[in-house]
Design a protein around this ligand. Structure first.
Ligand code: NAP
Length: 337
């Protein structure tokens, strides 16, 4: 593995200039691609299915790929220094493995695989939410293929989770209803989509390697084989509700509020998933995140200051979330048709 810049071949440029991204037109990938382009330090190439109708942010180069023809993926990845994968969780299970194998053949050294969720070091939470073992297997495969990985630990996306229906943060904006889990006071760490985009761009804009053993500056290599930890808000449902009421100009009287225990929601969701009904997946995932005795709060590990990430306004982010409601509903309809 590369260690110091001063031991690299003549002509080595100590920066990540060429970034490939899967999902550049997607929910998160569009934010990452946009923030990368804003730095002016990278070319951003989207690996996009050849029949995709997803719109890509302007300035992104397109490399059409066919997941049934590895040569198209290898060709798209040749010369790329960093592969970011933000792929729909509904994509066929072996899609990421196909990308890893092609990246290895193309000589890509670094991969950020699908994750963008909880703390990868919290094995229990990972097992309970059913996401941990798959994430670990992805990271292991990247290592086995001789590449290095980093994983984004950002918690639930604040704006997306607010907009994404009752199963997530409990809000249904069409019905103006809210399900409060337990007493609504359990705090979890969350990040906005734009904060995740900024964090990825900050890391990839660092020097790739320390110049030599005395160089203590922050580098991309400092984030390899481990998570990048960030946050926007450490927040409970009651705080979110207060923000929603401020932003929408509503009061308690406008909302139908009910209560449910996270334990019951978790068990219901798990039962559905185990019977093959993936409608239960988000329900069990978010319920587990809000368990009062073991919530998904890893804000103590957040590297916001190290990366120079901004402090965001809660109410502005709530507005962004509410504006996403319709878009996410249309997306679900598109995917179903
Ligand atoms: N922390 C959270 O709250 C949270 C919430 C949701 C998701 N996530 C995670 O974030 C990651 C990205 O999710 P996302 O919601 O941003 O993804 P997304 O927008 O649903 O999809 C991203 C891209 O995946 C590609 N894609 C879609 N269907 C595919 C298929 N059948 N085969 C191959 N590629 C396909 C599309 O790219 P092209 O059309 O260009 O090929 C699409 O733009 C996942 O790891 C997910 O688990 C986290």
């Amino acid at each position: 593995m590369l260690k110091y810049a001063n031991t690299q071949a003549v002509g080595f440029k100590n920066r990540v200039e060429r970034v490939a991204i899967v999902g550049a037109g997607g929910t998160l990938g569009s934010h990452i691609a946009t923030e990368l382009l804003k730095t002016g330090k990278h070319t951003v190439t989207a690996l996009s299915r050849k029949d995709s109708s997803n719109k890509l942010p302007s300035g992104v180069l397109v490399a059409p790929v066919d997941y049934n023809d590895e040569s198209t993926i290898v060709a798209a990845l040749e010369g790329q220094q960093f592969l970011i994968i933000t792929m729909a969780p509904t994509a066929p299970r072996d899609s990421q493995s196909k990308l890893f194998q092609a990246a290895s053949k193309a000589g890509v050294p670094y991969v950020m695989p699908n994750w963008y969720g909880g703390d990868i070091e919290d094995v229990k939470q990972g097992e309970d939410t059913l996401l941990g073992p798959g994430g670990k297997a992805n990271r292991d495969e990247i290592e086995t293929l001789g590449m290095q990985w980093t994983a984004m630990c950002c918690g639930f996306w604040y704006d997306y989770s607010l907009a994404g229906g009752e199963q997530r943060f409990g809000f249904d904006f069409d019905k103006r209803s809210l399900t409060i889990y337990d007493d609504g006071n359990t705090k979890i760490s969350t990040s906005t989509l734009s904060q995740v985009g900024r964090a990825v761009a900050k890391v990839l804009s660092l020097k790739e390697l320390p110049e030599d053993e005395n160089d203590r500056s922050l580098t991309v290599s400092a984030f390899l084989q481990r998570g990048i930890y960030i946050k926007s808000f450490v927040i409970c449902q009651n705080d979110i509700f207060e923000s929603v009421k401020r932003v929408t100009g509503t009061t308690d009287a406008d909302w139908a509020v009910s209560h449910e225990s996270t334990q019951e929601r978790y068990e219901d969701g798990q039962t559905l998933v185990k019977s093959g009904n993936m409608a239960g997946f988000s329900k069990q995932l978010y319920a587990r995140g809000f368990f009062p005795d073991d919530p998904s709060d890893f804000s103590a590990k957040a590297q916001n200051e190290l990366l120079g990430l901004p402090v965001e306004s809660l109410d502005d982010s709530t507005k962004v979330g509410i504006a996403l409601v319709k878009e996410l509903q249309l997306r679900v309809e598109r995917m179903a048709s």
